[in-house]
Design a protein around this ligand. Structure first.
Ligand code: RIB
Ligand code: CA
Length: 308
């Protein structure tokens, strides 16, 4: 039985690879792609989402979400993803017409339709999911799981304390983590163990099909940025969140109580993970702490075989 999913995203180089992976899987029934302001402004994440879905060869609905965070000004990351958001990749203009409904209305309507089976995969800030929960409080009872790329127990990549997706809109993350919806948090603790090394990238993209050049450029862009952080491999953060829905055994996870810092001057946007359960609170998330890197690489190789 395929898993009905909505992917909420701010493409974004690693988001783009994640979308290639998601659409290659026969485990996922992708009902919609929803865009959010994050890596780059909403107008560009929306364009990239439309162009990617069309280029991949699907006619999945694409719906636009929030320009920026609930309270704060949007802080983008062009230095990582380039002005366009897709580094050097230029895709043909999409022929897909943007869905009239907003991202949060699409999420709610699909959740009702799927009768509690809808899975939401978030690859950017959590603003759209938070907006959906604010507008439709009963959404919390209609979503099977949210698998998110975001947060971390021990490190930050935007401040020393915070990972980008949470940092951009910690208030939204706070709403989502308090919603009661089952969460799988695929954060930096796992993604930083999922490096794909240069020789492995070469192996993955060493096929001659209609997407191999684009995927190669996306991986190489990831690799360039990771070298800036003195990492010797490409970390495709968002693809690991998608992979964790396709095959949950790809990550090692533990149940923990997670809260979001929304007030701290130095710690705003930190996912505070109660590893030792000192608060005695019930866990509200599965937190990914490890990854089966070999499985991840094999999944990418399988992905490339699908795009003939
Ligand atoms: O911290 C990594 C996350 O922030 C990824 O989702 C990347 O696309 C950026 O949005
Ligand atoms: Ca992203």
């Amino acid at each position: 039985m395929k898993i009905p999913v909505i992917i909420d995203t701010d493409p974004g180089v690693d988001d783009a690879i994640a979308l290639f992976l998601a659409f290659s899987s026969d485990k996922l029934d992708i009902k919609a792609i929803t865009s959010v302001g994050g890596n780059i402004p909403l107008c560009k994440t929306t364009k990239n989402a439309l162009d990617l879905v069309d280029y991949i060869g699907k006619n999945t609905i694409v719906s636009k979400g929030a320009e920026g965070p609930i309270l704060r000004k949007l802080e983008t990351a062009e230095w990582v993803h380039g002005e366009s958001g897709l580094a050097s990749v230029v895709l043909p203009e999409s022929n897909i017409k943007l869905q009239e409904k907003s991202a949060w209305d699409v999420m709610y309507d699909e959740a009702v339709k799927q009768e509690g089976k809808l899975n939401i995969i978030t690859l950017g800030p959590l603003t759209n999911v938070a907006m959906a929960l604010i507008k439709y409080p009963d959404l919390k009872d209609k979503v099977e799981k949210i698998t998110m790329m975001g947060g971390a127990c021990y490190i930050g990549n935007t401040t020393p304390a915070a990972e980008f997706n949470i940092y951009v809109d910690a208030e939204a993350a706070d709403i989502v983590f308090k919603s009661g919806i089952p969460i799988t948090m695929v954060g930096l603790d796992a993604t930083h163990k999922s490096c794909i090394y240069e020789n492995e990238i070469t192996e993955i993209v060493n096929v001659n099909n209609r997407v191999s050049q684009v995927v190669k450029e996306l991986f190489q862009s990831c690799l360039r940025v990771c070298k800036y952080f003195n990492l010797d491999g490409a970390i495709v953060h968002d693809a690991l969140a998608v992979a964790a829905v396709i095959d949950p055994s790809i990550i090692y996870k533990e149940d923990h109580y997670v809260t979001i810092e929304t007030k701290g001057e130095l710690t705003y946007g930190k996912t505070v993970v109660d590893i030792y359960n000192v608060t005695k609170n019930k866990a509200n998330a599965e937190v990914a702490l490890g990854v089966d890197r070999e499985k991840f690489i094999e999944m990418f190789k399988g992905m490339m075989k699908v795009y003939v």
